[in-house]
Design a protein around this ligand. Structure first.
Ligand SMILES: [Zn+2]
Length: 306
């Protein structure tokens, strides 16, 4: 009897851990075994590296860096009609290589290539990065590569070839109209490999206004999906994007390849392994007399070391 149990257990184990494509924990079933995040490193060696993403950001350990100045966004207002696709792991939008970012402590100009999101179950915790252990309902990744490259594969062979701008979401009581085009497109990409064309949208409309993007965290890490290449300059903005519950929940209508709801498509946080996280120079919101004084100081050419 005991032997039979052991045999059954053994066969169950073998069946359930059988190799397959990579997946998130939420996608795993014994009928369709796949490699969950803790096994990615067995198949994709970079996933077992020392500089992996995402991470938990401990705010009191983040070092203020004056070089982390505001970003210069170029053509972020440009409207485009792009391909939206359920790639089996997320919803991804290929954007024309027109929008660029510079400044923000980046060594050169990077151009936007695609964006995609990571989310929880019906608006539950779902971001990849966490801040002091807090997981947000969703996280947007706008993937950029150095201007001189024409494809991501080449960019990933440069240790600083890719810059991802990460944005968190927060639940709000009112609908975010700027997300109408994205949210409406979801119903056309429920099934894996489903695709549709996005109604005219700009990157600027998906992120907070530029003046709210001066506070951010910076560290060196990797792609958060296999091959987990360590070629990413990460930026996580402090200011979240508001969406109402219905908008957040709409993402959970998507399906994985095996028909299970596409939820929990985030990788667990990875060890820091001695890496330093930096934070931007910390802006002081000035108004009234303080703003006037600062403006005068600038006009008079007075420097303000701080
Ligand atoms: Zn991502």
């Amino acid at each position: 009897m005991q032997q039979l149990t052991l045999v059954l257990l053994a066969s169950f184990w073998a069946f359930c851990t059988g190799s397959g494509d990579w997946c998130y924990q939420s996608q795993f079933t014994c009928d369709h075994p796949c490699n969950t995040p803790e096994k990615w490193g067995h198949v994709f060696k970079d996933c077992a590296g020392e500089q992996q993403s995402p991470i938990n950001i401990v705010t009191r350990k983040a070092l203020k860096d004056e070089r982390l100045t505001p970003f210069l966004f170029n053509n972020y207002q440009q409207m485009f009609r792009a391909l939206v696709r359920n790639n089996g792991h997320s919803v991804q939008v290929e954007v024309p290589h027109l929008s660029t970012v510079a400044g923000g402590g980046l060594s050169t100009t990077y151009k936007a290539v695609q964006f995609h999101l990571h989310w929880g179950n019906n608006g539950g915790p779902g971001s990849e990065h966490t801040i002091d252990g807090e997981q947000y309902p969703m996280e947007l990744h706008i993937v950029h590569m150095k201007q001189r490259y024409t494809d991501l594969k080449t960019a990933l062979s440069d240790p600083e070839g890719v810059a991802v701008l990460g944005f968190f979401y927060e639940r709000s009581s009112s609908v975010n109209k700027k997300y109408d085009t994205i949210v409406k497109s979801l119903k056309n990409v429920i099934a894996t490999n489903g695709n549709t064309t996005l109604l005219p949208t700009s990157l600027a409309q998906l992120i907070p206004p530029q003046q709210n993007l001066t506070s951010y965290y910076r560290y060196k890490g990797s792609l958060t999906t296999p091959g987990c290449t360590e070629a990413v300059i990460w930026t996580l903005f402090e200011n979240p994007i508001p969406l109402n519950n219905e908008q957040l929940r709409a993402f959970s209508d998507l399906k994985f390849h095996n028909g299970k709801p596409m939820v929990g498509n985030f990788r667990p946080v990875q060890p820091l392994n001695g890496r330093q996280v930096f934070r931007s120079g910390g802006v002081v919101i000035l108004s009234g007399p303080a703003l006037l004084a600062a403006t005068l100081a600038v006009a008079l050419g007075l420097s303000q070391p701080n």
